[in-house]
Design a protein around this ligand. Structure first.
Ligand SMILES: C[S@@+](CC[C@H](N)C(=O)[O-])C[C@H]1O[C@@H](n2cnc3c(N)ncnc32)[C@H](O)[C@@H]1O
Length: 214
């Protein structure tokens, strides 16, 4: 980040190690690029409350916790990852920066969706896509009639941070992944185990859970 005294690369690598994986140099470069974009465009695109370095880094570190869970459970490059209500891109852009899975980012708000589209291109992930619309249960409602179709039951992974309550999201997300697919839930560290939980990565405040569709 411009004018930063913080060792961003060191912070990112230390967090990845804490969450059980090694962050590749290319991923560090992409995350640095994204941090610059969030700082530069945060206000103009009405992205999120955090526009300062510490706040943005906190969101990125929570995204790395999600990546840690994906490493723990295991991903393959051809897998498809759905992120609902991506907002500024948490955790979707962090996932796209670190993993080869194909990410579909869903965001109804026009300026946020435009930002996500630009950011996906800037980090060189043209195989990832941004769609404008709402997910309601197992239904997809594009913002404009005739918008692209997204099919329930077709993803390997599904995440949604700060969009639904964790309990609602686990039920909704299960309908969007294939049998054996994983729903990613962000919960407080003290939250009990979900039925079907297949992995977790804990930090002091947040716990990231993977819940499989049976
Ligand atoms: C509180 S923000 C969280 C954004 C991001 N996931 C994060 O953690 O920073 C919620 C976002 O979800 C979007 N959203 C709300 N309801 C939605 C729905 N039913 N389907 C898709 N997106 C939705 C909103 O437009 C908003 O950008």
């Amino acid at each position: 980040m411009q004018g930063s005294n913080v060792d961003i690369g060191g912070e990112l690598e230390a967090a990845a190690t804490r969450f059980g994986f090694n962050l590749e140099a290319a991923a560090v470069d992409r995350l640095r690029l994204l941090l610059g974009l969030w700082q530069r465009f945060g206000r103009a695109f009405n992205l999120s409350g955090a526009t300062d370095e510490a706040g943005l880094l906190g969101h990125v570190l929570e995204g790395l916790q999600v990546v840690g869970l994906a490493h723990k459970i295991g991903t393959r490059p051809e897998q498809r990852w759905l992120d609902v209500g991506s907002g500024a891109g948490f955790p979707a852009l962090v996932v796209a920066a670190c993993l080869e899975v194909q990410v579909t980012l869903i965001e109804p708000r026009e300026r946020r969706a435009s930002f996500l589209d630009m950011a996906v291109h800037q980090i060189g992930r043209r195989d990832c896509g941004v769609l404008r619309g709402h997910v309601e249960g197992a239904s997809w409602r594009p913002v404009k009639n005739g918008g692209e179709l997204v099919t329930p039951g077709s993803f390997d992974w599904a995440s949604a941070r700060a969009v639904f309550s964790p309990e609602v999201w686990v039920e909704v997300g299960r309908q969007w992944v294939k049998p054996g697919g994983v729903v990613v839930a962000h919960v407080r560290a003290e939250t009990g185990v979900f039925a079907g939980e297949v992995g977790r990565v804990d930090d002091a405040r947040w716990s990231i859970r993977g819940v499989a569709r049976g």
